[in-house]
Design a binder for this molecule. Structure first.
Ligand code: AMP
Length: 456
């Protein structure tokens, strides 16, 4: 493994890195820093947790002329939380470089610090794209001629959030020779096309796929027929995680799970889009204080935010965009530590579960029992059949109630439940077979009609 010194960085920067606890470059840093130092634009596929922030901060810091009071680098992040985190990483270097000026611009900072005016021009601006455009072009009309590099961090999310128009208009006023560094957890076709505007294809550099850290173990948990919130409470009681992030796609599920845990006296923090800026800041502070063992959150927290020591990630469902599963799981197993990602299996998620398996995520299987989380030998996904659904007709409903009445007994006798279930199942079976036959007939009819049409 190369050392930071082997990149020909300034001695002061290597010293600062070591003092900050960064002794050796991470794999992504090892690949990206030398490329970035050459001044070439690059695209790097890399997840938060891989050390990607310093993969661009280090070359930026190395190339900045701190004696020149001029803006030299812009870092764009999709959320204010992420922007603040990058700002804090960059600000840490001012201890070693007192002349270094770093500024953060988000909708949250504008009300306070930026009213004072800008004073000396910062060397590095970290911002959300909308604010960057306003601040750089309109409000402070900063001199942009000295800008040598721009970072698009979490570019796939910048695109999802529709920020590319703001970025486009920013490029119109930036020097043509600017170095662009793109970091993205996923690189799909749409994003690649979008990036061609900014990055010369010759220099398109795809880093390794850091989709899932090898230190994360993935598990499906069969929660049987227990509700998600209740299953979660039971799971936490048994597992007793050091710090668990619990994800749900719908905010109703986030709120319900949080309320249920609180009603049981579990110390938990809730983080979702429902919170206003002040509440979000407070929640994030509480989360980072490490005093709460459970955080229930929406996918807002699945991207970019660096929360140390997450031991368990629990997904109450699988997100419709499976990229978010990787983001969720990526909150643990960071920087070589081990972590567990648990998915509460729900029959509605069958297809998504299969897709994850097909993508090579090595899940194992557990069942949630009353007082234990028990390993299950083989995949319950394979055993579980997709239910054939058909409308219950009036006749069927009548037949079912007759079947139920027929097996009704006043006193509970041994075996009566099974007997009754069998009788009802028989009626169901009869109608299911009928419905399947009708469907097959209908499909064959259509096939014959199509054939006949071809012959004509
Ligand atoms: P990131 O992927 O940028 O969110 O970084 C994840 C975590 O790794 C942060 O807490 C960083 O402080 C830490 N980190 C980044 N680079 C290094 C390094 N070379 N050695 C140790 N820790 C690092």
């Amino acid at each position: 493994m190369a050392s930071f010194a082997s990149f020909n960085l300034s001695k002061d920067l290597v010293h600062a890195l070591n003092k900050l606890g960064y002794l050796e470059p991470s794999p992504v840093q090892g690949k990206v820093i030398p490329k970035a130092l050459s001044g070439k634009s690059l695209v790097c596929q890399s997840e938060t947790g891989s050390g990607k922030t310093h993969a661009y901060l280090v070359p930026i810091l190395d190339s900045i002329d701190m004696n020149l009071p001029r803006l030299q680098s812009i870092i764009l992040c999709p959320s204010r939380e992420l922007a603040r985190q990058v700002y804090e990483f960059a600000f840490a270097f001012t201890k070693f470089f007192p002349r270094l000026k770093v500024r953060l611009f988000t909708s949250e900072t504008e009300k306070t610090q930026n009213k004072e005016g800008l004073g000396i021009a910062p060397h590095i601006v970290i911002a959300t794209p909308g604010r960057a455009k306003d601040i750089l072009q309109n409000e402070y009309a900063l001199d942009l001629h000295g800008v040598r590099s721009i970072v698009l961090d979490e570019a796939d999310m910048l695109m999802d959030l529709g920020y590319f128009e703001d970025i486009d208009s920013l490029y119109e006023v930036l020097p043509e020779t600017i170095q662009t560094m793109v970091f993205s957890a996923t690189l799909n076709q749409g994003l690649k096309q979008q990036l061609e505007h900014y990055v010369d294809a010759k220099f398109l550099y795809e880093g390794e796929d850091f989709k899932t850290a090898s230190t994360v173990a993935h598990h499906f948990v069969d929660i049987k027929h227990i509700g998600k919130s209740e299953a979660l409470a039971r799971f936490l009681e048994i597992r007793k995680p050091y710090l668990a992030l619990v994800f749900a796609s719908k905010k109703e599920d986030v709120n319900a799970a949080y309320a249920h845990l609180r009603s049981l006296g579990v110390e938990a923090v809730c983080f979702s889009g429902d919170l206003d800026t002040r509440e979000r800041k407070k929640a994030l502070r509480l989360i980072k204080s490490n005093k709460f063992p459970v955080v229930v959150c929406s996918d807002l927290l699945s991207r970019g935010i660096d929360i140390e020591d997450v031991t368990d990630v629990i997904s109450l469902d699988l997100p419709s965009d499976l990229a978010y599963y990787y983001h969720r799981a990526g909150r643990t197993g960071r920087f070589g530590k081990s972590g567990d990602s648990w998915v509460f299996y729900n029959a509605d998620d069958l297809q998504r579960a299969k897709t994850l398996l097909a993508q090579g995520v090595a899940f194992d299987y557990y069942t949630l029992k009353a007082d234990a989380i028990v390993p299950t030998e083989s995949s319950f996904l394979a055993r579980r059949k997709i239910q054939f659904k058909h409308e219950v007709s009036e006749q069927e409903a009548r037949d079912i109630s007759i079947a139920k009445a027929h097996t009704k007994v006043d006193k509970v006798k041994p075996g009566y439940k099974a007997k009754r279930r069998k009788a009802v199942e028989k009626v169901h079976g009869k109608y299911r077979r009928k419905a399947i036959k009708e469907k097959v007939r209908e499909q064959m009819g259509r096939a014959y009609a199509a054939k006949a049409k071809k012959k004509d």
